[in-house]
Ligand binder design. Structure first.
Ligand code: SF4
Length: 266
């Protein structure tokens, strides 16, 4: 499907939860965010209504995000439901990797193809500082579990302040080189002030060729991360919410006061 700027929109990012088992300093306050109540979170059937409609309109690339998607109960079942849908040719997940040792094999069997795993440093002390809760050894075990399960490619999402030359980023780059992993550098974004950059090593953040819509865990279709436009699946229905979001997709991002990364999934 094409938006009014003739961009090919074939990518749906689905945030399945706002909850997370980490508290990364650039994403959440230390105390976390007030979790969305279970009644507000879309059920798998509601998510599938949106996915079916989106795929019938030309979406073929799906990414599952969060919060941390692997904390959502029965997440493997949702992966299976999406993977079984004809037309989905690219099914990926963005995760902090902590729970991958538990789920990697099941996710692969259910049809997940690839993963992006967050790693902003290889210094265990810095990792604890950045994530506030994390144990870096679990991420390494998660990367190994993904590799052993055959999830491919495995890409490493490395959040940087300004430059890939920062010491933490250099450590991650060296780790990726030694372990034959692709690295993507994501500059810290500022939703309220509209500060964002193209992802280095990826295709996010380039408004001219933007190909995505987002579904939040609360059931909002968002045409753009850096905009407060959103259309409720529960109020409008999947078809109307998707079509309105497509038609209202802005030429480029500006600012967002409503969004937060844990609720929208970056
Ligand atoms: S700011 Fe909006 S239009 Fe630009 S790349 Fe991000 S989602 Fe697409």
């Amino acid at each position: 499907m094409k938006d009014k700027f003739n961009r090919n929109i074939n990518y749906l990012r689905i945030s399945v939860t706002d909850r997370c088992n980490l508290r990364c300093v650039y994403c959440m306050p230390a105390e976390g965010v007030v979790p969305i109540s279970h009644t507000e979170i879309l059920s798998f059937d509601e998510i599938m209504d949106v996915v079916r409609k989106a795929v019938s309109d030309g979406v073929n690339k799906i990414r599952i995000t969060g919060g941390e998607p692997l904390v959502r109960k029965n997440i493997v079942e949702l992966v299976r439901m999406i993977a079984e849908l004809e037309g989905v040719t690219d099914l990926g997940m963005t995760t902090n990797g902590i729970l991958l040792p538990k789920y990697a094999n099941e996710l692969k069997k259910a049809g997940l193809q690839r993963v992006n795993i967050s790693l902003d440093t290889t210094d265990p002390i810095r990792y604890k500082e950045i994530t506030r809760l994390g144990d870096i050894d679990l991420v390494y075990k998660g990367i190994d579990a993904a590799r052993n399960a055959g999830l491919q490619p495995i890409k490493i999402n490395c959040v940087i302040k300004e430059s890939a030359l920062e010491p933490d980023a250099q450590l991650v780059a060296e780790y990726c080189k030694q372990n034959n992993l692709e690295i993507r550098y994501i500059r810290e974004m500022d939703l309220e002030n509209g500060r964002f950059w193209k992802v280095q090593g990826g295709d996010g953040g380039d408004c001219k060729t933007c190909n995505r819509l987002r579904l939040t865990s609360k059931g909002m279709i968002k045409p753009c991360l850096f905009s407060d436009l959103e259309y409720s699946v529960r109020a409008l229905g999947a078809t109307s919410a998707l079509e309105t979001a497509l038609n209202e997709k802005p030429k480029r991002g500006t600012i967002s006061r409503k969004n937060n990364f844990s609720g929208v999934g970056g």
